[in-house]
Write a protein that binds this ligand. Structure first.
Ligand code: F6P
Length: 344
């Protein structure tokens, strides 16, 4: 078969590991040929391709980013986007597409699979871990490790100066990174999009802890966390092709409000894209490799409109529709029953 591969949306560590696994099994086991589409859906709309074979994939397993490039292009936002996708696939004689993406890229995949009857298989990626129907997306474990390392470092300097340090992590709709890294790093409070917070309550938690003596505090806040009386803090309200604003700045706001209410010196660190770059953890390399192999097998089984997923430690197939219907939010038992036990 001739199989097209593309990576769309925000990059994350492990994309190259998926590509390598797809190509390895496809070429050596099935005798497939591959077309690499550049920069997500833009490559399909504009017929921007690159050669993709086992040789081209050598050495990419531990590399972050994606050899194919990525973008947030949405074919459905272009007047003739859908027709151009069809025309590119026809002219390049592509039989099937493997889409490695998050809710946006896979949402388009789902629509196109239905509208054009294409053989499309999805692979779930995002550091945010907010895709439905899979317990984990690859990239998440790496982001949590990066954030945990940062929190550990913040702890020692916070102790040296007895400061409060606020650490802003990514997490647009869901606070998975904040919750995992906050638990792993021993955070005093964790603020997530799922649970609008109150500045007074956060300040009380910090005061309670400091009342016990000289204790530095770490407050982890997801970029999408929102004060009960207020809105998300934005870097810009301009919308991307999928209708998302650019978040960022809630950490600064939280730091100012804590300092004002407690009198303790409070500083902020924003981890930003550091969480997305660099080498994937072993867990993410293995998960990405398993997903890649399962995706090319799904193509050969004709599993149109399906996504590979992790459920109970096994790789399974689920309808794309299930994955994109709504974001997977943080498990309440984990947040209320585990993380919050350590607040204050
Ligand atoms: O969806 C993953 C993510 O990293 C979000 O946490 C974040 O809001 C967004 O992507 C940032 O995207 P960009 O790099 O395009 O600004």
């Amino acid at each position: 078969m001739r199989v097209g591969v593309l990576t769309g949306g925000g990059d994350c560590p492990g994309l190259n590991a998926v590509i390598r696994a797809v190509v390895r099994k496809g070429e050596l086991h099935y005798g497939d040929e591959f077309v690499g589409f550049r920069d997500g859906w833009r490559g399909v709309v504009e017929a921007l391709t690159m050669p993709l074979d086992v040789e081209r994939c050598r050495g990419i397993l531990p590399r972050g980013g994606t050899i194919l490039g990525s973008s947030r292009t949405n074919p459905y936002k272009l007047a003739d986007g859908r027709e151009r996708v069809r025309a590119t696939l026809d002219s390049l004689k592509v039989d099937a597409l493997i889409l490695i993406g998050g809710e946006d890229t896979l949402g388009v995949a789902h629509r196109l699979a239905q509208d054009e009857g294409l053989l499309i298989v999805g692979v779930p990626k995002t550091i945010d871990n907010d895709l439905g129907a899979t317990e984990f997306t690859f990239g998440f474990d790496t982001a949590v490790q990066v954030a945990t390392d940062a929190i550990d470092r913040l702890h020692t300097t916070a102790e040296a100066h007895d400061r409060v340090l606020v650490c802003e992590v990514m997490g647009r709709h869901a606070g998975w990174i904040a919750t995992y890294a906050g638990i792993a790093g021993g955070a005093t409070a964790i603020l997530i999009p799922e649970e609008p917070f109150d500045f007074d309550e956060v300040a009380e938690i910090v005061k309670r802890r400091h009342a016990k003596g000289r204790y530095a505090s770490i407050v982890v806040v997801a970029e999408g966390a929102t004060p009960r009386q207020g809105n998300e803090v934005l870097q810009t309200a301009e919308l991307d092709a999928f209708g998302h604003v650019r978040l960022g700045g809630i950490g600064q706001r939280v730091a100012e409000e804590i300092e004002r209410r407690t009198g303790f010196e409070t500083r902020v660190t924003v981890l930003g894209h550091i969480q997305r770059g660099g080498t994937p953890t072993a867990f993410d390399r293995v998960l990405a490799t398993r997903f890649g192999i399962a995706a090319i097998e799904a193509v050969h089984d004709g599993a149109a409109g399906q996504m590979v997923a992790l459920q109970a430690a096994k790789i399974v197939r689920v309808p794309l529709a299930e994955a994109v219907v709504e974001p997977k939010t943080v498990d309440r038992q984990l947040y209320d029953g585990v993380a919050s036990i350590f607040f204050g």
